[in-house]
Ligand binder design. Structure first.
Ligand SMILES: [Zn+2]
Length: 193
């Protein structure tokens, strides 16, 4: 995924080498392809031959922004001070935990992090957000259908002279109309997808 490409780019910015599997030989070609776009790479075999047997050299200082990003990813975000925040608060919520997402723009692919460690680049965030919206719409549709059925059952149980019978049926009709609107929204989203 693109967050892997951002990670590879971060490694390259620390002066380290990045090696990837050829996209045509792996089960997940999108990952190495995204890295190829993010980091200028040499051919793997050539690089392996060059570095085989070479000492890895002294440890280099990890850039501050990368250290902070790792801190978030390792679930230490809640203890971070405001000065340590990586980016700006985004208007988006994490599709997994509903926490706020911080937007990081630093020359690498734009990333979004929540405090609990979920991380996305913009395309995966869009895909997960879309999936969550579908899920919520189906939840709403199911709730409306259940509500309609229960109101009708309550109306059936009421005697013909009971004033509430009419109210139950009117309410059921309104909820059913809302359910139909939701079905139209779901259908139009499918046509758009
Ligand atoms: Zn999250």
């Amino acid at each position: 995924m693109n967050d892997g490409a951002a990670g590879a780019q971060a490694i390259a910015r620390c002066g380290k080498r990045v090696l990837i599997q050829h996209p045509d030989t792996g089960d997940s070609p999108d990952m190495p392809r995204a890295t190829l776009k993010a980091v200028p790479l040499d051919r793997l075999a050539t690089r392996l031959a060059e570095i085989a047997g070479q000492p890895c050299g002294p440890a280099r200082e990890i850039r501050m922004e990368i250290r902070l990003e790792l801190k978030i990813a390792s679930l230490e975000g809640a203890s971070m001070s405001n000065e340590e925040r990586l980016g700006e608060l985004s208007p988006y919520n994490c599709p997994h935990c509903d926490g706020v997402l911080w937007e990081i723009r630093d020359g690498l692919p734009t990333r979004f992090h929540c405090h609990t460690g979920h991380a996305y680049t913009i395309e995966p965030l869009s895909a997960v957000q879309e999936e969550a919206l579908d899920h919520d719409l189906f939840d709403l549709l199911r709730a409306h259908k259940g509500r309609t059925a229960l109101l009708r059952q309550m109306a059936e149980r009421s005697s013909a002279h009971d004033v509430s019978k009419k109210l139950y049926l009117e309410r059921a009709k309104l909820v059913e109309e809302d359910a139909q609107h939701l079905e139209e929204i779901i259908k139009s989203r499918r046509a758009f997808a």
